[in-house]
Ligand binder design. Structure first.
Ligand code: PEP
Length: 248
């Protein structure tokens, strides 16, 4: 049985002071042992948010990481830095990073090695754009992203990963994929994992859906067989996030 996980992606929102206000608003409402809950916050918010989350079950995540431990990479943040301040998860390959910051399937692959080697859980994002959906090359696109992301990743390491299916046309648009559309792709992700590894391994890996998840549509999405939770952007910045976490 895979435990549901709800991941908040604050993106580039909330100053350190504002981050504490948001944590105060949500903390008690989303502190649960029933599901895993992770706040992926901007780098400068990580330390204050880590303190504010002390004594709760809510976990802390980053939205990116570099693939080296240290060195001449001005402006970057390493896995040991994240680990030391209490991060447990890192979002990797978000479509916004692929679109604006040259993230590729190759760097995603490097970052998977880096995170698992430092005992951080990578949340690997994949998804098709509207053009690909119109041309019905959704599954091919997803399969290719996963195969490249997992190049040379061992059985042992793949079990430490999780995936998020995030169709680009659904992110921040208010136009979520239907539960059936999301299930079809999440199932395809599990299938490619089973082909690359085995069914047992594929069945333990959590696969999330992300793209305009709200308190209103979460129940139908999370009821789908291969959807193990959500990666939530806009709705994670307001009280609606508590509805998503409490979603039945
Ligand atoms: C995201 O940023 O990963 C995301 C899914 O955003 P939103 O929920 O706003 O669509």
């Amino acid at each position: 049985m895979r435990k549901r996980i709800i991941v908040a992606n604050w993106k580039m929102n909330k100053t350190p002071k504002e981050s504490l206000e948001l944590v105060e608003l949500l903390k008690e409402k989303v502190d649960t042992e029933e599901y895993d809950v992770v706040f992926c916050v901007p780098f400068v918010d990580l330390i204050p948010v880590a303190s504010a989350l002390e004594g709760t079950h809510i976990m802390l995540g980053a939205q990116n990481v570099h693939y080296e431990d240290f060195g001449p990479y001005t402006g970057e943040i390493s896995a040991p830095m994240l680990k030391e301040i209490g991060c447990t998860h890192v979002i990797i390959g978000h479509s916004e990073r692929r679109a604006h910051f040259n993230e590729t399937d190759h760097t995603v692959n490097q970052k998977i090695f880096q995170t698992v080697n430092h005992d951080l859980t990578p949340i690997v994002c994949v998804g098709e754009d509207l053009e690909q959906r119109k041309n019905n090359i959704i599954i091919e696109q997803i399969r290719m992203q996963i195969k490249r992301a997992l190049k040379n990743v061992s059985f042992e390491d793949v079990s430490k990963t999780m995936f998020a299916y995030e169709p680009l046309w659904a992110i921040g648009t208010g136009m979520s994929a239907s539960p059936e559309q999301a299930q079809e792709v999440c199932h395809a992700i599990r299938q490619v994992l089973a082909e690359m590894y085995d069914h047992e391994t594929a069945n333990t890996i959590r696969i999330l859906y992300g793209g305009s998840v709200t308190g209103k549509n979460c129940a139908e999405l999370f009821a789908m067989k291969d959807i193990d939770g959500g990666l939530v952007g806009g709705s994670s910045l307001k009280e609606d996030f508590a509805k998503i976490v409490g979603c039945k």
